[in-house]
Write a protein that binds this ligand. Structure first.
Ligand SMILES: Cc1ncc(COP(=O)(O)O)c(C=O)c1O
Length: 392
């Protein structure tokens, strides 16, 4: 989006709370190594591509009809996937699907947030929680994290008690830091939210499959206001598909029907997602490789001398840098695009293929001397993490 376009936009009678805001926008640059948006670097296997073609061909013969509005077959298979891999059995009535987990988040905010209501997230975290809140007229409250990027439970429960937000976002593993949230912390935040007022707690587990810890899905049992969100964009290597889903009490699934657009999930999307779910075991094999590569990135960045935030996701946050944007540019100049999320002194790299990670590590080694302050005890004073500018 150009400066001219945003100036022109400001001339329109857009809603006050959207004025001066910046749209989401991770740079999409044409460079040899792309490690900036936490995508899965492995293209779908050929057998799956062929199966998608078959399933889409069947769907195409009925494109004159609207798709299954309730996506029952897809939700049944998503429920089976969760039941098999996430430590808790869920049924079709507990699962809902939409175009990416961003749309799931939007539906949740349209249902439970909105004008006169607030949502809270513990930042730095996924910037779209705040952006979609604003887009739905929901007030945004920025909760803080501690020095080590974990949620400071005492501060968080105090904020929830004082502000009584209507929606509480807990991102685990957290984007952009990679930090997993302990089940006990989620339970404590849930209890605080229930005590504070009518509230929903949303656990964003977009990177759940990459975690060292078990899924937080079992926590929905007996907690009717806890929602777990997932996506096929990361572990399933299908960011282009746009398929996200939630698991929660059936009443939550019923509630989001009030705001979902009719026939929101196209027949083509449903057919493609069903084909991908048939190949779950192969795709989870790539996840295992990516977890190994993530652990290698952590080990090698640490060996170089960087300060590395422990990661449960398919990306790694590292620093510190006196000027993280200059370090980002220096790495880009070596043909590797990573992410500057606006976390002071830190950058984030997505785990790629071994060859992509080697290219990144070479660049990271080269820029270390000039840009990093990690091993320099007299380096610039630590700045507290602030609100994330961009985080996808
Ligand atoms: C924490 C988190 N949640 C949700 C999403 C959105 O994913 P989707 O592609 O399913 O909309 C992302 C994407 O980067 C993410 O990082």
């Amino acid at each position: 989006m150009t400066a001219n376009a945003s100036a022109a936009r400001e001339g329109l009678p857009i809603r006050d709370e959207l004025r001066g805001q910046t749209p989401y926008g991770a740079p999409q640059l044409d460079v040899p190594v792309l490690l900036n948006t936490n995508e899965n670097p492995y293209p779908l296997p050929e057998a799956l591509v062929a199966r998608i073609a078959e399933r889409v061909a069947v769907a195409a013969r009925e494109l004159n009809r609207y798709p299954d509005r309730d996506a029952v077959e897809l939700r049944t298979e998503l429920a089976a996937y969760l039941s098999r891999t996430a430590g808790h059995t869920v049924g079709v009535r507990q699962v809902w699907a939409a175009n990416g987990s961003n749309e799931i988040i939007q539906q949740l905010l349209q249902t439970f947030g909105g004008p006169g209501r607030t949502a809270i997230g513990f930042e730095p975290s996924y910037s779209m929680h705040a952006l979609i809140s604003r887009g739905t007229g929901t007030g945004w409250l920025s909760g803080a994290r501690g020095e080590d990027f974990t949620i400071d439970l005492a501060a968080a429960t105090r904020q929830i008690a004082e502000r009584a937000p209507h929606v509480v976002f807990i991102c685990s593993p957290n984007n952009p830091t990679g930090t997993a949230v302990a089940a006990e912390t989620v339970v404590a935040l849930y209890d605080a939210a229930m005590a504070a007022g009518p509230s929903m707690v949303v656990v964003d587990e977009a990177y759940g499959e990459f975690s060292h810890r078990p899924s937080l899905l079992p926590l929905i049992q007996g907690r009717p206001r806890l929602v777990l969100t997932r996506t096929m964009s990361k572990a399933f290597g299908a960011a282009g598909l746009r398929l996200g889903y939630l698991a929660a009490d059936p009443a939550v699934v019923d509630a989001v029907q009030l705001v979902r657009l009719p026939y929101h999930l196209s027949s083509v999307t449903q057919a493609t997602a069903l084909a991908a779910l048939e190949h779950t075991d192969t795709l989870l094999g790539y996840v295992r490789q990516l977890k190994d590569e993530r652990d290698r990135l952590v080990a090698e960045l640490t060996a170089i001398g960087y300060e590395v935030t422990p990661s449960d996701a398919n990306f790694v946050q590292f620093g510190r840098f006196a000027d993280s944007h200059a370090a980002w540019q220096a790495i880009l100049d070596r043909g590797v695009l990573i992410r500057d999320n606006g976390v002071p002194g830190r950058l984030r790299v997505s785990a790629g293929t071994p060859a992509e990670n080697d290219a990144f590590l070479d660049a990271a080694r080269t820029v270390f001397k000039e840009h990093s302050t990690a091993s320099d005890p007299t380096g610039p004073a630590r700045t507290e993490p602030t609100r994330t500018e961009e985080s996808a």
